[in-house]
Ligand binder design. Sequence first.
Ligand code: HEM
Length: 536
Amino acid sequence: DTSPIKQDNDKTAKLEAFVADDRGEKLTTNHGVKINDDQNSLKAGDRGATLLEDFILREKITHFDHERIPERVVHARGSGAHGVFKVYEDMSDITRAAFLCDPGQETPVFVRFSTVAGSRGSTDLARDVRGFAVKFYTQEGNFDLVGNNMPVFFIQDAVKFPDLVHAVKPEPDNEIPQAASAHDTFWDFISFMPESAHMIMWLMSDRAIPRSYRMMEGFGVHTFRLVNASGVSSFVKFHWKPLQGVHSVAWDEAQNISGKDPDFHRRDLWDAIEAGAFPEWELGVQIVAEEDEFKFGFDLLDPTKIIPEELVPVQRIGKMTLNRNPDNFFAETEQVAFHVGHVVPGIDFTNDPLLQGRLFSYTDTQLIRLGGPNFHEIPINRPVVPIHNNQRDGYMRQTINRGKTSYGPNGIATNDPRQAKAAEGGFVSYNERIDAKKIRARSRSFFDHFSQARLFFNSQSEAEKNHLIDAFSFELGKVKMVDIRTRMLGLLNHVDKGLAAAVAYSLGLHVPTIPLAELNGSIPADADPADYTPEQ
Ligand code: HEM
């Protein structure tokens, strides 16, 4: 019987093997020698200098000296939880991913929620995007859905990500402000980045100050692919719908809470799970058939666009329940390494240029953050299935690989790991047809930056619209350079004239007129068209 349900998928039990049990034990050094005094260092006489031979002192202080690792370059502030996921019905008509095909299968997950801009100790209730990263420990390896609580992003191409993050992080001369977008460098960058118009509307909305991590939606943002066993691919947008509902706080509340309890969201998640009030989300998918790729007025590969639910409804296909707090923040929440490139057979990428850059970035940053090429061996990152390959050695290697050979093809070892055909569960990349010239530009289908920003504004209630006006007025009010404020008003005017006028009134400024042609596609007026004309 090869039913995957019979396999050992208990991630909690696997972690248990690494849990230290110090109860009732004697203190020891890291080398197992019992310690009879760890409160007095070894000295030459009771008033003399400390001796270099004091291995107990040296070990204790050396380990302490090396306790810190770099915080994440973005999403440094976060909270994690364990849970489970179950699909409602067999989805094998659209994907061969086994964990989405067997309603009897319970897949363990680890989730990390985060803010983006602030450092590890910053307040939970900053106006910011929230990360919503889920690691599914499936029977076919780990699948990470590394999403946010907003369905779109600031930029259309990963090459701009370092600029975006340098602009939003505290300013480099004085490291101010902590965890806030209300400052000159952020709005300066945004004012030159019309493609961020849609995301900025979300960021200034109540979605950026959630009531609780338990009450946020999650989004995979990019269009991904699902591929079935016959190799047929569909496009998919992933959603998480919280069964607790979507709730936010008001800006005044957010500021009060930040002052009184910067751990507000962390505490709320922890306490709910401790109390047995397990938060739940349904996994939603919007499916678009391959042949419908071009039927929308926007490009499915453009991460600044949603697929409106009126056009393609969200089907709820399964449920995630968070039911266990981590045992140790550092070992689990800090050392977990999510990567948008961790996919399993049946899930694949599209050519979204933001996604493509992310596929490089995560492992690259984790190589330094987690100290070398073996961070997949850290307990929280291990899949529930065994690892078999010819990768060897490197800093902090834990695995003891037996035998003479570590290469393939191999005629010496008789039972070395061999490649798996698709029918045996091997990952086969979707064989998308590509016939194009190399070009350093973006597609004209990415050029409309304002239609969906306007759609979002119009979707808001009167109260929510007023919150948006207040948020823009507050944030731009913190910007010192008038040029930046004015450029932003010019952008907002293309989203909604009433919005721009109301913010301008608060700021005591006039709304400038910037021709749409200068903003959509952000082609400079004096540009050589040859540089900006990609293949049609
Ligand atoms: C971290 C989401 C775009 C680079 C994260 C995390 C999330 C996330 C949720 C936190 C993971 C955790 O909890 O450990 C997103 C989303 C994006 C996006 C939804 C756009 C749709 C990008 C881009 C890049 C990037 C374009 C780079 C080109 C990083 C890096 C980290 C990170 C370097 C830190 C990872 C670590 O240290 O473990 N991202 N991100 N992200 N993201 Fe992104």
